[in-house]
Write a protein that binds this ligand. Structure first.
Ligand SMILES: Nc1ncnc2c1ncn2[C@@H]1O[C@H](COP(=O)(O)OP(=O)(O)OP(=O)(O)O)[C@@H](O)[C@H]1O
Ligand SMILES: O=P(O)(O)OC[C@H]1O[C@H](OP(=O)(O)OP(=O)(O)O)[C@H](O)[C@@H]1O
Length: 230
């Protein structure tokens, strides 16, 4: 029975994903060209390839409308609280490494750990007349992590890009974002808290637990995973 493999259609994971499969002898083809969102794997007629943005792959794996796919671990955690329980992380792919971190302005010299941030957050309203503002697109991960740290006195400012610019421009006080080399944080005068790494992410081959695995589909999955052994 046919199963669906979703691979990134654009962005930094796209080419690396195709290379990763090719290194394991599987060629992902896109017969309709770059504007077509349907593909295949040479020699595996039971696998349909679909091209999606990385964040949509996370969402559809959790819903079970695609069977397996390549996306970042961070996007599974961010898409829903139930994300990690709805999927199985089958293979770390060795690229797309990024940490989801909490970073504060370098000028906040007394704020080095989460417990310092908790103090700042609880004083913020009386000192400044407003809540501490956190710029991020990682809303689920931020809420989860701050709740675990016992910090409730903050407000999220949703940011869809250039998040690191928010403190300098006055849009927010601190940020939660991904960092890889650290150069974007440094260029914007921000510093990661010493216990401020919330999640270590990389690209992963991920299997949906909520998809339909009956009628021989599991056998097709096992065949594919067998060919992709590290
Ligand atoms: N600088 C980086 N270095 C390595 N991996 C990164 C970096 N920035 C993001 N990633 C990872 O790449 C994945 C998202 O990739 P990308 O940003 O290409 O996807 P996208 O959501 O399709 O893009 P866009 O946000 O532009 O629509 C995430 O899992 C993320 O952790
Ligand atoms: O630690 P670094 O190596 O500097 O990488 C981190 C940056 O990379 C990503 O941004 P991206 O390039 O995807 O741009 P974006 O602001 O549009 O998300 C991410 O959002 C960080 O800003």
């Amino acid at each position: 029975m046919t199963i669906t493999l979703a691979v990134p259609s654009k962005g930094r994971l796209e080419e690396l994903t195709r290379d990763w499969f090719a290194q394991r002898g599987l060629t992902i083809t896109r017969p309709g060209g770059a504007r077509s969102y349907l593909g295949a794997i040479d020699g595996m007629p039971d696998v349909t390839v679909r091209f999606f943005p990385a964040s949509e792959i996370a969402r559809e794996l959790i819903r079970g409308t695609i069977d397996l796919g390549v996306t970042g671990r961070d996007l599974i955690h961010e898409t829903s609280e139930q994300g990690p329980a709805s999927v199985e992380f089958a293979r770390d792919l060795g690229f797309g490494h990024a940490d989801v971190v909490i970073a504060v302005p370098e000028a906040w010299i007394d704020v080095t750990h989460m417990h310092d941030l908790a103090d700042v957050a609880s004083d913020f309203r009386s000192r400044h007349g407003r809540w501490l503002r956190i710029a991020t697109k990682y809303i689920t991960i931020t809420r989860h992590h701050f709740a675990q740290a016992g910090i409730a006195e903050y407000r999220i400012v949703e940011s869809l890009g250039a998040t690191e610019a928010a403190p300098a421009s006055g849009v927010a006080d601190i940020v939660v974002d991904i960092t890889s080399t650290g150069s974007t944080l440094a260029a914007n005068g921000l510093r990661v808290l010493e216990d401020g790494v919330m999640l270590k992410s990389e690209a992963n081959l991920i299997v949906s637990r909520t998809a339909d695995w009956s009628d021989g589909r599991k056998a097709t999955l096992d065949d594919l995973l067998g060919r992709l052994k590290a």
